[in-house]
Write a new protein. Structure first.
Length: 196
């Protein structure tokens, strides 16, 4: 079976938080030799590691569609060191659309827009697409190359954040000072609410 192998990786750097993606396409030349094609794309501001792992897979499928030899492949295998992707891509294709992108426990699926984009990219390929987990930071040269590309991409954050995350502020215009509420056996609960 003629298979297109793709290695992807996502990276997220701290202070400031930036994310990047790395992609290596493995094709076979007319001589029969394996050829590696590295794809370096600009990074994203304010991105998480899981977002970058998903974005790397989405971008990889889009890049694969542009290959002149794409029609000759009967199957695409994406190798990733992300358990987040390999353990959830089938849920994104078959389960979550039926639950309106809500988890069984009630909250919405994290990164739902990226999961939807991944499903769309898989369907656009019109070929069998598989995801295989590969151990990160192992001796696999292709995984190492994708990791290097992802870190380089994260150092060049040209794209805006994939989603906006902010912490909601308190509704009261009054300041709160220590000791303003006398504790007499009550319990205090502090919730930090984020919107994404």
């Amino acid at each position: 079976m003629n298979t297109l192998n793709i290695y992807t990786d996502g990276s997220s750097l701290q202070h400031p938080r930036t994310g990047g993606i790395g992609i290596r396409l493995l094709t076979v030349a007319d001589s029969g030799d394996e050829e590696a094609r590295d794809i370096s794309l600009p990074g994203f501001k304010g991105a998480s590691n899981n977002q970058m792992e998903l974005q790397a897979c989405i971008a990889a499928l889009r890049e694969a569609l542009d290959l002149p030899s794409f029609a000759t492949y009967s199957k695409i295998v994406i190798h990733t060191d992300s358990l987040y992707v390999t353990q959830n891509y089938q849920k994104a294709m078959f389960q979550w659309p039926k639950t309106k992108w809500l988890l069984t426990s009630g909250p919405p699926v994290a990164n739902a827009d990226l999961w939807k984009s991944l499903v769309k990219a898989i369907r656009s390929a019109r070929k069998r697409v598989e995801f295989r987990w590969v151990k990160g930071h192992s001796k696999n040269e292709h995984n190492k190359a994708a990791d290097r590309l992802a870190k380089g991409s994260a150092r060049n954050p040209v794209n805006p954040a994939l989603s906006v995350v902010n912490v909601r502020r308190k509704l009261s215009p009054h300041s709160v000072s220590p000791g303003s509420v006398q504790m007499m056996g009550q319990r205090i609960t502090i919730r930090i609410v984020t919107a994404q």
